[in-house]
Design a protein around this ligand. Structure first.
Ligand code: PMP
Length: 307
């Protein structure tokens, strides 16, 4: 993914720009051993008025909230980390990119009781136009019900904490091994939760449904899509939905910073919406695109221009 040209790119590390290849982490870094770290996934788009980061404030606030939950005190302000995200795009000449801020604990000592560890902040960015197959957004993807359950501890469900992603990774590996594109993960009460890195929506007779945030990440794309659906005159019902509810849907789609709005056209053996992108899904997908590219006036305040 990172071809040779990336060796000339920079990564923002603890307030300085370091070269891509030299931005390494010590093997005794605490976060590597115990998973106590927090991260974000953010996207920048090349709009008519130049490159802009989509909802950077909300993403950065969520990063700070996640850090608070795992007792990490970030040694920068929200404003400083928003500036860092702009800087990394400008320095690397990216007009469109995926941005990955991550906070991790240092290697000053190791063990569960290690104290006074340094808090390290990285902001990297790379060009990542499609998270899945480039045709996924036009053709739709398949999912399979996962044998894994999301968030054994619901305290972690609303934060991007590195350690909690083990569950997402094994669920995705299981889905891919079964020939599907993504996992459909349920929670411990058997309600629909989310994908390995996406929120899920489904539509029944024109009514849009999505799980409550009790057991899924309150995705920023999820929140954007709820607003967009409302603008388009659709009702979105948040609730506890079962596998039986979703399997009889007319349309379904995933949302996320990486996948944006990606239609789901197959759940296990059941073909959804005739195997094609449903009309409401298409409408929401187009409207989301208009928002991230600054075409939709209603969503202009979601963009932070970098130049
Ligand atoms: N759920 C999980 C588990 C995720 O990792 C993500 C990606 N951050 C999402 C949902 C979607 O969140 P967002 O729209 O904020 O990217």
């Amino acid at each position: 993914m990172f071809d040779l040209t990336y060796k000339n790119k920079k990564i923002w590390k603890n307030g300085e720009l370091v070269s891509w290849n030299e931005c390494s982490v010590h093997s005794l870094t605490h976060t590597l051993h115990y998973g106590v770290g927090v991260f974000e996934g953010v996207r920048a788009y090349n709009t008519e008025d130049g490159p802009a980061i989509f909802r950077v404030k909300e993403h950065t606030e969520r990063l700070f909230e996640a850090a608070r939950i795992v007792n990490i005190d970030i040694p920068f302000s929200i404003e400083e980390l928003i500036e860092a995200q702009k800087t990394i795009l400008l320095e690397n000449n990216f007009d469109e990119a995926y941005i990955r801020p991550i906070i991790y604990l240092g290697n000053e000592s190791l063990g569960l009781r290690a104290e006074d560890l340094s808090v390290n902040v990285i902001v990297a960015a790379w060009e990542w136009p499609s998270y899945m197959d480039p045709e996924s957004k036009q053709k739709g993807i398949s999912v399979v019900k996962s044998p894994y359950r999301q968030y054994k501890n619901p305290n972690w469900s609303n934060y991007k904490i590195t350690g909690t992603y083990v569950n997402s990774i094994v669920a995705l590996q299981d889905a891919v091994a079964k020939g599907a594109d993504e996992a459909l993960i349920l929670d411990n009460d058997n309600f629909i939760s989310e994908g390995s890195g996406e929120n899920i929506f489904f539509i029944n007779e024109g009514l849009i449904k999505t799980p409550t945030t009790r057991n899924c990440l309150n995705g920023i794309t999820r929140q954007s899509v709820i607003r967009i659906a409302d603008d388009l005159g659709y009702k979105v019902e948040e609730g506890n939905w079962s596998y039986e509810d979703i399997i009889k849907c007319d349309e379904a789609f995933f949302t996320g910073t990486a996948v944006e709005v990606t239609p789901i056209t197959k759940i296990d053996d059941k073909v959804i919406s005739g195997g094609a992108v449903g009309s409401i899904t298409k409408e929401i997908q187009t409207s989301y695109e208009n928002s991230v590219f600054g075409i939709d006036n209603n969503s202009r305040n979601w963009l932070t221009y970098i130049k």
